[in-house]
Design a binder for this molecule. Sequence first.
Ligand code: PHE
Length: 455
Amino acid sequence: MQEKLSIHGAWSNRWVFVMAATGSAVGLGNIWKFPYITGENGGGAFVLVYLVCILMVGIPIMVSEVLIGRRGRQSPINSMKDLAVESGLSPRWSLAGWVGALAGVMIFSFYSVVAGWVLYYVAGMANGDFIDIGSEMAGKRFEVLLADAETLLIWHSVFVVMVMTVVAGGVSKGLERATRIMMPALFVLLFILLAYSMTSGAFGQGFDFLFHFDPSQLTWNAVLVALGHSFFTLSLGMGSIMAYGSYMPKKASIGSTVMMIAVLDTLVALVAGLAIFPIVFANQLDPGAGPGLMFITLPVAFGQMPGGHIFGFLFFVLIAVAAWTSAISLMEPAAAWIVEKFGIKRVPACTALGALVWLLGVACLGSFNFMSDFKIGSMTFFDLMDFATANIMLPLGGLFIAIFAGWKIKRYALEDELSFKQNFWFSAWYFSIRYIAPVAVAVIFALNLYNKFAE
Ligand code: PHE
């Protein structure tokens, strides 16, 4: 029997899949979001919950996504639909794919605004703007940037176009080519950074903040944030990994590739934390400063080092590359679906999608200036996009995927796709995806809702 392939193409080999999926996972979530939400949620205890979520919920769900994608060989919406029908279920299971594609567009819109900040800092570093900048000046500078809608708009637009260009190129000439160039560069840059962070100021204090377990710091809300972030950082619950899985060679082992991706992603987040918190403490900055944390601490640190603007420049290039490879995967599920549904080429599909993301992004960047008074609940539009996706849509998408893979797909299909060499691994995965992952997501959700209403 001939192997079923996706109409969109396929990765040349399993390493390209590992690199592409790692490129999706490693992004602003690791370098920007993880440190600041850790700071807001008190440090060590939060980190521990996050690690447990990755292990018990994230990894089993990632295995399921790759499996569904590779068996379906289409966009997540259509893969879910076909697999459901194949297993004698309602085609309405594709709804999970729909929520995912929508979440992708929503995440992309605020992601692009933050990536725009990064690009602005790349340019600033290249210019030497941050040489000798103190923490007060660095804070001011970031504030001024946020107030300046025009500058934000320019960089947001640049980023959307960068991403559109790659996705429009298709799987081989766009996604794979970008992966092959950007991922090695990313790892080289990361090593340089690690060496720097280990020799910088208050390393011990930063380390302590990240790894000192103080249960009194833990709230239910922090647990929800940790759960949501474990989905966000591994690109789960919305079909990115499913789409990438649909281009994966049939022979490659799903279990070991997923482990590799999850470990790399976690390492990058921890390294980013170890780079940022020592600087926070060495300069008496506030670890709970929020989304601006990285944009204030890093320029301060790099500004004081001899030759720091070169390192600073490299570092922001690293973040930009990481954001770029992630955003590509945010767009791919919806782009692939449009191509399948309307039978059009990638260029028009990506242009239409890019325009939508761009428009939503304008409202996100406006949250910091001309739309700062527009609030839903107590959230700006930017906050809402972040909250609704990371804390609600991704975990819900993950819950659907866990139920689908664990309870609905026939067992022989699962075994065939996973082909673990040892039965133990299959059983371990099967148990987590049937019981641990869905129950954990459901319980955390329910408790949070209860707490919100009990307030
Ligand atoms: N995982 C990416 C990050 O950590 C964000 C992302 C989420 C990408 C969901 C794709 C899908 O930055």
